[in-house]
Design a binder for this molecule. Structure first.
Ligand code: COI
Length: 355
């Protein structure tokens, strides 16, 4: 794929790497490509980061035909910049798009677009401990019409921003509210996709959680409101009596890249994994009888986030005394060690942007 480059007249001042927060500072450039029924994908370009001009009748504003991905670029001590399993994001976006009736963006083009944009923005990849360049590929319908139908034109874009920790708590444990009224996904719906609509529907749960002093909501299955599925921006895992429990990927839960990586590592470390429907009552019971040893969320933005407390209806359990568990810390150190190039990447998960 040939990518046209349009130079920015002026570059932005870079933010203080010690106070990046999450998703606040966009870089100088963005990748853009258009799709039409007639021509397919065309006009790949990296242009100065700028607002878009949209017709008020643009179907995405009304019917939310939109998908996105989340990934990161890491600067190693030697100054190399590497991506983490970018093909998995590309493949997941194809699955999301299929469900949303949107065109596939081929894996090789996706990886090339991300690599080339990060190369242009290499000065934006931060070096401060715990920081990275967050990359947000996304696609949306651009046709202007008010009838509900599969659109005939789309844009694929990539934007980037240097980030620190997703949660204000950083790697410290967070309190999670188990949501027992609202539901996030049911089989046959869009739960497994990374589409904006899933997140829009989850915000009320997030607001409720924050009102209760919690960082996020933990969603139960949409039919019985009984089995643990995922948290707002991450998958979730539990260590109960030395074994690992997490929800299966069957259509309602997002197939997280971090989730997959952590399960790989845990299997290699000899842990027994249960990808199963864990009932919230059994989880709370395990919390009370002490067999729930650790709980942690996994996600690209959140990385590995220890859960220190679960609040469910009028019950609450502390996990590991609201302290980060030994295994959680070990996983965080090992995974981020691979990502930042401090630990040997024996799985071949990292990709040098200059290779
Ligand atoms: C990610 O972990 O990359 C995500 O996309 C979560 C996001 C909604 C902040």
């Amino acid at each position: 794929m040939e990518i046209r480059f349009e130079e920015a007249k002026q570059l932005k001042e870079k933010p203080d790497q010690k106070n990046l927060g999450f998703g606040k500072y966009m870089t100088d450039y963005m990748f853009v490509m258009d799709w039409t029924v007639k021509d397919g994908w065309k006009d790949a370009r990296i242009t100065p980061y700028a607002p878009l001009s949209l017709d008020p009748a643009c179907v995405t504003l009304h019917y939310a035909q939109e998908t996105f991905e989340g990934m990161k670029a890491y600067r190693t001590k030697e100054g190399k910049i590497q991506l983490f399993r970018p093909q998995m994001n590309a493949e997941r976006m194809i699955r999301s798009n299929e469900r949303l009736c949107m065109p596939a963006f081929p894996v090789d083009m996706f990886v090339q677009a991300v690599k080339e944009l990060v190369k242009v923005e290499r000065e934006w990849v931060p070096s401060e401990e715990g920081t990275s360049l967050y990359i947000r590929p996304f696609m949306f319908a651009t046709e202007n019409a008010l009838g509900v139908h599969m659109a005939t034109s789309y844009k694929f874009m990539v934007i980037c921003c240097p980030v620190g920790a997703y949660y204000a708590e950083g790697i410290n444990p967070v309190k999670i509210l188990v949501e027992n009224e609202l539901v996030r996904a049911v089989l046959g719906g869009t739960g497994f996709t990374k589409c904006g609509g899933n997140y829009a529907g989850s915000i009320l749960g997030q607001v409720k959680a924050e009102k209760m002093g919690c960082a996020q909501a933990l969603w139960l299955d949409g039919v019985h409101r009984k089995y643990v599925e995922e948290v707002g921006t991450m998958n979730i895992m539990f260590k109960i009596d030395g074994e690992i429990y997490t929800a299966p990927i069957e259509g309602t839960v997002l197939a997280g890249v971090t989730r997959d990586s952590i399960l790989h590592i845990l299997k290699d470390w000899g842990y027994k994994i249960h990808e199963t429907h864990l009932a919230i009552d059994d989880l709370m019971k395990a919390g009370h009888d002490g067999s729930l040893e650790e709980a942690f969320g996994t996600g690209t933005a959140a990385v590995i986030s220890p859960v220190g407390e679960l609040v469910y209806q009028d019950d609450a359990v502390k996990v590991n005394d609201f302290k980060i568990g030994k295994l959680t810390q070990k996983l965080y150190d090992y995974l981020t060690g691979i990502q930042w190039g401090n630990v040997e990447d024996k799985y071949g998960w990292t990709m040098d942007i200059d290779s």
